[in-house]
Design a protein around this ligand. Structure first.
Ligand SMILES: [Zn+2]
Length: 330
């Protein structure tokens, strides 16, 4: 008999890990259902332009959901996909044409060294925001963040798959946004999710963390890498740790997963049993990697490391892997 109490579902506690929607997968080709949901004034939609969410915040807390008719007033709507439905209403995501947003000429001139501040051409009063920043700021409830992750990954895929990868002809959205079909050869194409393994190598009461040059000062995190074709999750964990840090890995255990909409990954969080200790850093991937004791990791999570070293951000699954290691829930 399998004791499932040994395998708690940790994923909903991790950023983007909650999504309350019934995805209505059986209704995606039901034209009548779709037109009913589209016409329902209670239905709402996220609106995305150039990978940014459109926000309205005139009445205090920012709102990312709009009536479908309102979205049409933001600029040319290129694609609309059905995310799903909860007890009260249906949720869509609308992708606006890239031309719906621009960098106002005065801003481009006054801030030559700042990242371009995009603004909606037709509604400059609305804000455009990056999902990563919104998640870090905690401006939205977890269930809304989960839907935003779904919405962003979907529209990132649509925006970059306008042509058939079999014959090169244009493709069009189908099945309420869960498919594209080629207009010439009819080949179907489906939204992709790219699996990434992210893992802590553990040796007794020490774990392995590394840092990339692009990380904030003093931040160390779990190692990670894309799964390759024909590879198991466990093999990918062993390969990535060996490539990046030269450590040999024995047993591998899955702990939790996290949708990661940058642009469309699933982070598969694992714990890995280190069977060697000597670190050889691949400097093309990592700036540094080293062993951290449980006590040191605990201080990092508490923001009290004597050298000011920092843990991964609380939104990331790496932070949960580290916490599970420190708390011994492994
Ligand atoms: Zn084709």
């Amino acid at each position: 008999m399998i004791d499932f109490s040994l395998f708690p579902d940790r994923s909903p506690a991790i950023g983007y890990g909650v999504n309350p929607l019934d995805r209505l997968s059986a209704g995606r080709d039901d034209a009548r259902l779709l037109s009913t949901l589209t016409a329902d004034p209670a239905s709402v939609s996220f609106a995305i332009v150039q990978d940014k969410f459109i926000l309205e915040s005139s009445s205090g807390a920012p709102q990312a959901l709009f009536g479908l008719k309102d979205v049409a007033g933001f600029g040319a709507v290129q694609e609309v996909a059905l995310l799903g439905r909860d007890q009260t209403r249906a949720y869509f995501v609308s992708l606006l044409s890239d031309h719906a947003a621009h960098v106002p000429a005065d801003l481009a001139l006054t801030h030559p060294h700042m990242p371009p501040q995009l603004s909606l051409v037709q509604r400059p009063d609305l804000a455009l925001a990056d999902l990563r920043a919104l998640a870090v700021q905690g401006l939205f409830e977890p269930d809304i963040l989960g839907m935003m992750a779904q919405a962003k990954s979907m529209m990132h895929w649509h925006a970059r798959h306008r042509f058939c990868s079999v014959c090169g002809s244009p493709s069009v959205l189908a099945s309420a946004g869960w498919k594209r079909e080629c207009v010439a050869c009819q080949a179907p194409h489906f939204p992709r999710t790219d699996p990434v393994v992210i893992m802590l190598a553990i040796d007794g009461d020490q774990c392995l963390l590394g840092r990339q040059a692009r990380f904030g000062t003093g931040m160390y995190s779990a190692l990670a890498g894309f799964l390759e074709p024909g590879e198991t999750m466990e093999a990918a964990v062993r390969r990535e740790i060996h490539e990046e840090a030269g450590i040999e890995i024995g047993r591998v255990r899955y702990l939790a997963s996290q949708p990661w909409p940058f642009p469309a990954s699933l982070m598969i969080g694992c714990l890995a049993e280190a069977v060697t200790r000597e670190i050889t850093i691949d400097h093309t991937e990592l700036e540094d990697a080293r062993w951290f004791s449980k006590q040191e990791a605990k201080l990092m999570l508490a923001g009290a490391h004597p050298d000011g070293l920092l843990p991964p951000g609380h939104i990331a699954i790496a932070s949960h892997l580290l916490r599970a290691f420190v708390e011994g829930h492994v």
